[in-house]
Design a protein around this ligand. Structure first.
Ligand code: PMP
Length: 435
């Protein structure tokens, strides 16, 4: 394909390296992508954890086209449109108990910023404006905007942009290969790490802490599953000290773990929950923040102001995104996709764990329809082995995701057993070429 590579500054990409070996996709349907020269690629990552119902679903495509013709855009200031209300109401069916107020955004990063602002403002409207500290966790990823980068726990991102907010603390991450390597499902060890929050309370006083934000399963840094009892303990400590608990479910939302949300899968309910990605099946950018009714009501009962929450986006609740989301939810329901991760967990689990014992593999972990393989870092070249596996899989017609020394797998929820066999066989061949 004759393509000029000199104008686009690519996101999340080593732009100089990319020019040596451009990887391009130009068509997608069901479980597959196609390259411009017609090569079929099995999608082992649901795009980027978002195309949960598979690609180019005609019902979703038609809903977007219909809505574009009917009404392309609606201004969000002091007015609305019916689809946004319909979608928010519909989402109550899937949300964890009590989280039945929804604020729309356009991405995971925007959902995180919105959640942090709601948390800080909630305390303020209740007369607790001294609660300003925010607590994240090492190896957490909460998008790339300033708030999300600050509460995020990725060293490189924080070094570049993470110091813009003050009063940020981090819990330790829970990834422990000494005690938990090759765990199927939730690791047994590490619940006590939630007590890091007690240490922060002792240090700063609970009345200075607004919220704790964690991914129930940390996706972007390698699919790190929460130890048994960890989320429960975090919930208990937050409740005892009046600290809001935010779950970032941008990846785990909409069926990835075998329930609508990780909150339901793990049986722990946060106060605020952020989503994006799977909400529209990745078709149209959209995010949503779910909040406990009581949090929303505190704003409505506070001193009257022109606008209760001075926050929003031009495209909050965009009509095309709402149409895509409603058609996506219909698809999830009709095909039982939000529980398919529970049905297929053991198939993916057995396939991935069959790679145990291959050279350089130091961990395999999984839950629902997500899994990861971790490699011993090559001395002096961290992340290189995972990247080479990613490249070999791509050459062999499989898309996986390399992150640090991990390969993450998260196929669309329509995946079949034969696709899972293909994923495992391709990974095996790729791993066997590693040095
Ligand atoms: N939070 C989490 C947990 C994520 O995984 C991501 C994206 N991978 C984001 C936030 C940011 O989402 P976006 O890229 O849509 O801004």
């Amino acid at each position: 394909m004759d393509l000029n590579l000199d104008a686009l500054w690519m996101p999340f990409t080593a732009n100089r390296d990319f020019k040596q070996a451009p990887r391009l996709v130009s068509r997608a349907e069901g479980m597959h992508y196609w390259t411009p020269d017609g090569r079929q690629i099995l999608d082992g990552t649901a795009g980027l954890w978002c195309v949960n119902a598979g690609h180019a679903r005609p019902r979703i495509v038609a809903a977007i086209a219909r809505q574009a013709a009917e009404m392309d855009f609606a201004p969000p200031f002091q007015m609305g449109h019916p689809l946004a209300f319909e979608l928010a109401h519909r989402l109550q069916r899937y949300a964890p108990a009590g989280l039945n107020r929804v604020f729309f955004t356009n991405s995971g990063s925007e959902s995180v910023e919105t959640a942090l602002k709601i948390a800080l403002s909630y305390h303020r409207v209740r007369g607790e404006s001294h609660r300003t500290r925010l607590v994240g966790r090492e190896r957490g990823y909460h998008g790339v905007n300033f708030g999300g980068t600050a509460v995020g726990g990725i060293g490189g991102n924080r070094k570049a942009f993470g110091s813009s907010l003050s009063g940020i603390d981090h819990l330790r991450h829970t990834h422990d290969l000494t005690r938990n390597a090759f765990t199927r499902g939730q690791p047994a060890h590490g619940a006590e790490l939630a007590d890091d929050l007690e240490r922060l309370v002792a240090l700063h006083d609970a009345t200075t802490i607004a919220a704790v934000i964690v991914e129930p399963m940390a996706g972007s840094t390698g699919a790190l599953m929460p130890p048994k009892g960890y989320l429960e303990r975090l919930r208990e400590i937050c409740t005892r000290h009046g600290i809001l608990l935010i779950f970032d479910e941008v990846i785990t939302g909409f069926g990835r773990l075998g329930a609508p949300f990780a909150a339901q899968h793990y049986g722990v309910t946060p106060d605020i929950l952020t989503t994006a990605k799977g909400l529209t099946n990745g078709c149209v950018p959209m995010g949503a923040v779910f909040v406990q009714q009581g949090i929303h009501d505190a704003f409505m009962q506070g001193p009257p102001t022109a606008i209760e929450l001075p926050h929003g986006y031009t495209y909050s609740g965009h009509p095309l995104a709402c149409a895509a989301a409603l058609a996506t939810l219909d698809t999830f329901d009709d095909e039982g996709l939000l529980t398919r991760g529970a049905q297929l967990q053991s198939v993916l689990e057995d396939a991935l764990h069959s790679l145990r014992g291959l050279p350089h593999v130091i961990d395999i972990r999984n839950t629902g329809l997500v899994g990861a393989i971790e490699f011993e870092p090559r001395p002096g070249a961290p992340g290189r082995r995972a990247f080479e596996v990613f490249q070999s899989c791509w050459d062999a017609g499989l898309l996986v995701r390399a992150t640090g020394d991990n390969i993450a797998i998260s196929p669309p929820l329509i995946v079949g057993a034969s696709h899972i066999d293909q994923i495992a066989a391709t990974l095996r061949a790729a791993i066997l070429t590693l040095t």
